[in-house]
Design a binder for this molecule. Structure first.
Ligand code: GDP
Length: 444
């Protein structure tokens, strides 16, 4: 996961600050020096780091301490605010024309940045918002790019417009827009040709397309793994093409993440989305606040909630909440929760968004033995439906039968039943835990 090392370092720096009752100016200066190093190591551009530290320092020294925050927390809050500022403060949506008109989006980027993949990912986003996108294969230099777009378009259930590799990209773009108008498409996404490096011929071709079809949005796709280069590429494209926004790919990989922190400050254009994997669903809208929270190890609870909403059936969730409140849940509910965890991308994906866990998620997941989950599943599946809904029925002879059915030792069955009873007991004691009035809210 991106930012892993930056996040670890910042959390350590802040842990030291938190431990102090009062902060002197020297404490703040030392901490900021360490923050500066951590940012540089994360590949954030030097100029940006300098501005960032200056802004934090100005606010941190002679700062009126906010109610309820100690000085250490105050510095963290300032760093958080400035990280958010750096990344653009607000979330920028891709501006679309009304659905009755055709919006033309041109995707640009170097070869290998992830342009073709991102084009298809984006089409999926528009489709889920009720738009009718048309993907256009304008990369006539690499026949494989056309095929790749067609395959991805098919996976997304989105039509791909192609005229093969013998036509000029400007003509293809023009024909595609006409096709869209006459066939009811309202978002045209042009997948253009990339090159290995920024070069004049590529820029000229993109400018020609832009003029010929009145492109509404010019979006650059850059690879976060390339660090500083990503920022330089964004700058060059912006100068020639006047970008509307940037999509940063491969932020799931082992990137240091500096590009995400530098692009807005360097070229003034917002990051619109971030690519978090190779699957066509792995594209997340970019929220500066949430990203800052993740970097500072404060979790990304909003994204977690959205993932939950997308994957969990609300009626079932409500039913589960009632059962938990009344401590009436059975083993079937246990199975269902396990399935939902899987749907949301597994334990490590969920944990990584939790406050205070962040980068430790992978370690925790390693400790939660996957085969153990499979054994729990086998134990529950070996129970009769009656036993699952009424665990009180589980006497020793039934437990023995279940252990045999699941191919495990009886001690594992006992352990699971005991855990289950403890959970039920706990739920009975804390009726407010499920977000009721008694629930405590976390503080910064
Ligand atoms: P293009 O040359 O710019 O069109 O790049 P492609 O779309 O062909 O992507 C190049 C490679 O990057 C492919 O193997 C993609 O699967 C991969 N890729 C694209 N976006 C992401 C991402 O967000 N995360 C990861 N891990 N891989 C990505």
């Amino acid at each position: 996961m991106a930012f892993e090392s930056l996040s670890d370092k910042l959390q350590n720096i802040f842990k030291n600050l938190r431990g102090k009752g009062r902060l002197t100016e020297a404490d703040v200066k030392t901490a900021l020096k360490e923050v500066k190093l951590a940012l540089l190591e994360a590949d954030v551009s030097f100029k940006v780091v300098k501005q960032f530290i200056k802004a934090v320092q100005e606010r941190a020294i002679g700062q009126d301490v906010m109610n309820g925050l100690n000085p250490g927390q105050m510095v963290i809050k300032i760093v958080n605010d400035e990280l958010v500022n750096l990344m653009g403060s607000e979330t920028t949506e891709i501006a679309l024309r009304p659905a009755s008109e055709v919006t033309v989006i041109m995707m640009a980027g170097l070869q290998g940045a992830g342009k073709t993949t991102t084009t298809a990912k984006l089409a999926g986003k528009f489709k889920s918002k009720g738009r009718k996108p048309l993907l256009v294969a304008c990369d006539v230099y690499r026949p494989a790019a056309i095929t790749q777009l067609q395959i991805n378009g098919e996976k997304q259930g989105v039509e791909v417009f192609s005229m093969g590799d013998k036509q000029n990209p400007v003509n293809i773009a023009k024909a595609a827009v006409e096709h869209a108008k006459s066939h009811g498409f309202n978002v045209v996404i042009l997948d253009t040709a990339g090159r290995l490096h920024v070069d004049e011929a590529m820029m000229e071709e993109l400018q020609n397309i832009k003029e010929a079809v009145h492109v509404d949005q010019t979006i650059l796709v850059v690879d976060a793994m390339t660090g500083q280069d990503a920022v330089n590429v964004a700058d060059s494209f912006n100068q020639k093409l006047e970008l509307d926004g940037v999509i940063l790919t491969k932020l799931d990989g082992d990137t240091r993440g500096g590009a995400a922190l530098s692009i807005k400050a360097t070229c003034g254009k917002p990051i619109l989305y971030v690519g978090m994997g190779e699957k066509l669903s792995d594209l997340e809208q970019f929220y500066p606040e949430r990203m800052a929270s993740r970097i500072l190890g404060m979790g990304d609870v909003m994204t977690l909630i959205e993932k939950a909403q997308a994957n969990i059936d609300e009626d079932k969730a409500r039913e589960m909440e009632q059962k938990l409140k009344k401590a009436q849940f059975g083993f079937d509910d246990y199975l269902e929760s396990m399935a939902q965890v899987k749907n949301m991308g597994g334990i490590s994906s969920i944990l990584s968004m939790m406050p205070g866990i962040g980068n430790k998620a992978a370690d925790i997941e390693a400790a939660v033995d996957e085969s153990k989950m499979a054994r729990i599943e086998a134990i529950i599946l070996s129970m009769t439906p009656k036993e699952r809904s009424n665990p009180d029925l589980l006497n020793p002879s039934r437990k023995k039968r279940i252990a045999k059915g699941a191919g495990v030792d009886i001690s594992e069955v006992n352990k699971l039943v005991k855990q289950f009873e403890q959970t039920r007991k706990m739920m009975k004691q804390f009726p407010g835990m499920m977000g009721g009035k008694g629930a405590k809210r976390g503080r910064f």
